[in-house]
Design a protein around this ligand. Structure first.
Ligand code: G1P
Length: 294
């Protein structure tokens, strides 16, 4: 069975990126010139996804607007023959079919995913957290689908430094082959001394619809929120779950340094920007060196 639907959770208040996220949902902040949300939709579509289910805060609906036509802007650009810009405006609307569901209260990631239950129906689906963006030769979600197919739930994994362990869902694993693990347990944002490994879940999941019953029964966990990780733990007791240490680079847009490095990393991939950006970086780093400013 093919996975057709991806749930993208974009309902948070983005408090770690204030004041930038005061008015603009943080998922719409640009990476070079594309909103992060568009980047992750493009990843999903490149992995075969046809329908995007956006979980949004009902007071912050601009995420959906980005994928809808903008008739006044389009006719303005059309009249002036600005075809490249017109194409850039229209492209997001053509990527997939878009559906919005609402999370009215910030009750946690597991609760956010549960709001997509009706829209997903009784089929396996992907979950994407747009704070995590990837630069991979094969899209990160595709890497998961390649190892797990639709029948086996799976998560993307990354090794993290010890001090970063309390920021993530951390898994206990049994190694199957290089990069591939069977999940034996998991815990959301553990203290370092309680962590079962240094393998963290990053924001790509392939899930089966039986997760919804488990999320509906879940009790508030870390931070008083309904955690997706707790639902996954319950799921892993019912069926085999896999974890895959993805191949590529991940940027954490929920963090100021991650946001900055994403601009540079993605900027260096753009042929029209890369040379000038590299020159500027080299000059700046040299000026900052021991014989630089002073
Ligand atoms: C969420 C998940 C966590 C995961 C992380 C990846 O946490 O709850 O398990 O490791 O995303 O980015 P958040 O970053 O929303 O606190």
């Amino acid at each position: 069975m093919k996975i057709r639907k991806a749930v993208i959770v974009a309902a948070g208040l983005g408090t770690r990126m204030l004041p930038a996220s005061k008015v603009i949902p943080k998922e719409l902040l640009p990476v070079v010139d594309k909103p992060a949300l568009q980047l992750v939709v493009e990843e999903a579509v490149a992995s075969g996804i046809e329908q995007i289910i956006l979980v949004l805060n009902p007071n912050r609906t601009l995420g959906l607007a980005h994928f809808q036509p903008a008739s006044a802007l389009e006719s303005y650009l059309q009249q002036r023959g600005k075809n490249d810009m017109l194409e850039a405006v229209r492209q997001p609307t053509r990527l997939a079919q878009f559906v919005a569901v609402w999370q009215s209260e910030p009750l946690g990631l597991g609760h956010a995913v549960l709001q997509a239950r009706e829209a997903v129906g009784d089929e396996p689906f992907a979950v994407i957290l747009p704070d995590d963006i990837f630069d991979c030769e094969r899209p990160c979600l595709q890497q998961l689908l390649d190892i797990s197919g639709a029948a086996t739930p799976s998560v993307a994994l990354m090794r993290v430094a010890e001090r970063d362990i309390p920021k993530y869902g951390i898994v206990a694993v049994r190694a199957v082959r290089p990069r591939l693990y069977e999940l034996q347990g998991m815990v959301e944002k553990p203290r370092i001394e309680l962590a079962p490994s240094d393998l963290a879940i990053v924001g790509r999941y392939v899930l089966t619809p039986d997760i919804f019953d488990l999320l509906a029964q879940a009790q508030p966990g870390a931070g008083g929120e309904i955690q997706l990780t707790d639902g996954l733990l319950a799921l892993s007791k019912k069926r085999t779950m896999l974890g895959y240490e993805f191949e590529g680079i991940r940027y954490d847009l929920g963090d100021r340094l991650g946001y900055l490095t994403a601009q540079i990393g993605f900027g260096l991939k753009r042929p029209e920007l890369a040379d000038n950006l590299r020159v500027w970086l080299e000059m700046t780093l040299r000026a900052d060196g021991p014989r630089g400013r002073g």
